[in-house]
Ligand binder design. Structure first.
Ligand code: CDP
Length: 237
């Protein structure tokens, strides 16, 4: 079933979320942002008083996860949004504090096992766009549509600096670039499901592309390659 998942992976601030959401919209399929799931777990841990600076361990999360109910539900506009113990956490998951702890949390095997199972369950929705770090490599390796988005570190830092509410006060291009580089380092060197392109993923360098160009390019690749889905909007066959 997972062969119908459109997997969009890539490093921090590579533009995945923006384009993945627009691609899903264009194809009229659900969009699932798995980064938000790791962020929600991190937010819950911080709100529960876990000292993530000194005690970011499987042991700290074993019990905590039993108290966490994480779902993806349609919000009032019909968009799938993450729900944390019955409530939409909104922008809380995008705070710079959550961003600074999410990569160590996402490296924990207990957390990955817990979230991976939930992510695989989305295959029951049929064709979806799922965005993250390991969708093409680990969650849905059978996917027929795998894209790995990249951009230069400078372009990514510029994009993140332009995102309201996601940076510490006084952030500069240098400090944002350093924070992104640190997350990339942790994400790509962890033992479980490290960030890397799947062998059969198409790598898309978005440095000099506009959002619309990336969306049109990827949507075109999907429509041209999926002759079985002539019900998709814009399909030519
Ligand atoms: O939006 P941004 O590019 O900053 O990152 P995100 O997609 O929200 O992901 C936040 C963090 O969650 C990443 O840096 C990874 O540590 C982790 N993550 C992961 O390990 N596996 C995924 N499938 C998605 C996110």
């Amino acid at each position: 079933m997972g062969d119908k998942v459109i997997a969009i992976d890539g490093p921090a601030a590579s533009g995945k979320s923006t384009v993945a959401e627009l691609i899903a919209d264009k194809l009229s399929v659900p969009y699932i942002n798995t980064g938000n799931m790791y962020r929600a777990v991190t937010l819950f841990a911080l709100d529960s008083g876990v000292d993530l600076k000194n005690n970011c361990s499987d042991a700290a999360f074993d019990e905590l996860l039993q108290k966490l109910q994480l779902d993806y539900k349609r919000n009032a506009s019909g968009i799938y949004e993450i729900e944390l113990n019955g409530e939409f956490p909104g922008n809380g998951i995008r705070s710079p504090e959550v961003a600074s702890y999410v990569s160590p949390v996402a490296a924990l095997p207990v957390v990955r096992a817990w979230l991976s199972q939930k992510q695989r369950d989305f295959a029951s929705l049929g064709m979806i766009v799922m965005e993250g770090r390991d969708i093409g490599t680990v969650i849905f390796p059978e996917s027929k549509f795998k894209f790995f988005l990249t951009a230069t570190p400078e372009a990514r830092a510029r994009r993140r600096l332009g995102q309201d509410g996601e940076n510490f006060d006084g952030a500069t291009l240098e400090s944002v670039a350093a924070a992104i580089a640190e997350r990339d380092r942790i994400d790509s060197t962890r033992e479980v499901a490290p960030l890397k392109p799947a062998g059969d993923a198409e790598i898309v360098d978005t440095t000099d592309m506009t959002i619309d160009e990336v969306v049109d390019y990827i949507t075109g690749r999907i429509l041209n390659n999926d002759s079985s889905r002539n019900d998709l909007p814009g399909a030519v066959c």
